[in-house]
Design a binder for this molecule. Structure first.
Ligand code: NAP
Length: 256
């Protein structure tokens, strides 16, 4: 099992870190990608090693074509790539009202959250198709970490919402295109998860959860998402592709 290789973008912190550790516990070798937090990524790799699994730490900006190529090469050096988790993502640096959003913030968020993952997936898909045709490794899987923001409007971070709506269609498109090769593609759609990304709005979300925003009245934790990744990575959904797994405490339910 330990030769199964997974690439997790943004594996240094938050949800990505949780995914890396869950995969490591199940014996996967992981590529822990990060952008700036080198020390955090090293610590995740050390935790992986302490669990008896292997990890390679790779700095790369998912928004850069040259970095993506280097990242994929580093993963392929470890063996057939059986799992890609497109997790890296960012909120806008400044929450600005939709009527004031800048073009630079729009471009940055779309590049990291959608354009980068799209072209990373396209690159990895070619490698996975070759592996399948060569009979190397098991059936590859791709998991995109989307968000409830794909459908829930937040007018002070519209670029984030648009990027996650794009991730939903990206999942559908690759699921459709790659099915003939036995490569299934899924979206996990987290709700409110306690990480650095949400720490800036902790009080607001504390209050909203207390008031019943979600039927399950608690914050999600990275491990909630990681457990869903693991369930999919085990290969127990062979006749499902393009599926969206809501990991959101029931946020998506319409209620009366
Ligand atoms: P986080 O704590 O802010 O961590 C973000 C991770 O992404 C870090 O590992 C970061 O690397 C990496 N990253 C950011 N920009 C990158 C880039 N250009 N290239 C490569 N890596 C980059 O965020 P999180 O809450 O764990 O979010 C993870 C994913 O879940 C994101 O796609 C986010 O949109 C999604 N999500 C989060 C929530 C939530 O409530 N937290 C809800 C729904 C969806 P460094 O450590 O090097 O900065």
């Amino acid at each position: 099992m330990s030769e199964r290789v997974a690439l997790v973008t943004g594996g240094s912190r938050g949800i990505g870190r949780g995914i890396v550790l869950a995969l490591a516990r199940a014996g996967w070798t992981t590529v822990v990608n990060y952008h700036s937090a080198a020390q955090a990524a090293k610590e995740v790799a050390a935790e992986v090693n302490a669990l008896g699994a292997k990890a390679a730490v790779v700095q790369a900006d998912v928004g850069s074509a040259a970095d993506r190529e280097r990242l994929v090469q580093a993963a392929l050096d470890l063996g057939p790539l059986e799992l890609l988790v497109n997790n890296a993502g960012m909120a806008p640096r400044q929450r600005a009202d939709l009527l004031q959003m800048s073009e630079s913030s729009y471009d940055e968020v779309m590049n990291v959250n959608l354009r980068g993952p799209f072209f990373l997936t396209q690159r990895v898909a070619h490698a996975m198709i070759q592996q399948v045709q060569a009979g190397a490794g098991g059936a590859p899987t791709i998991i995109n970490i989307g968000s409830v923001s794909a459908y829930a409007s937040s007018t002070n971070r519209g670029e984030y919402c648009i990027s996650k709506a794009g991730v939903a269609m990206m999942t559908a498109l690759f699921a459709d295109r790659l099915a003939e090769y036995g490569i299934n593609v899924y979206e996990i759609r987290p709700g409110i998860i306690a990480t650095d990304m949400t720490s800036v709005v902790q009080e607001k979300y504390d209050r909203m959860i207390d008031e019943g925003l979600t039927p399950i009245r608690r914050w999600g934790i990275p491990d909630d998402v990681a457990r869903a990744v693991l369930a999919i990575a085990k290969g127990d959904f062979p006749f499902s592709t393009g599926e969206v797994f809501n990991v959101d405490g029931g946020f998506h339910l319409r209620r009366l």
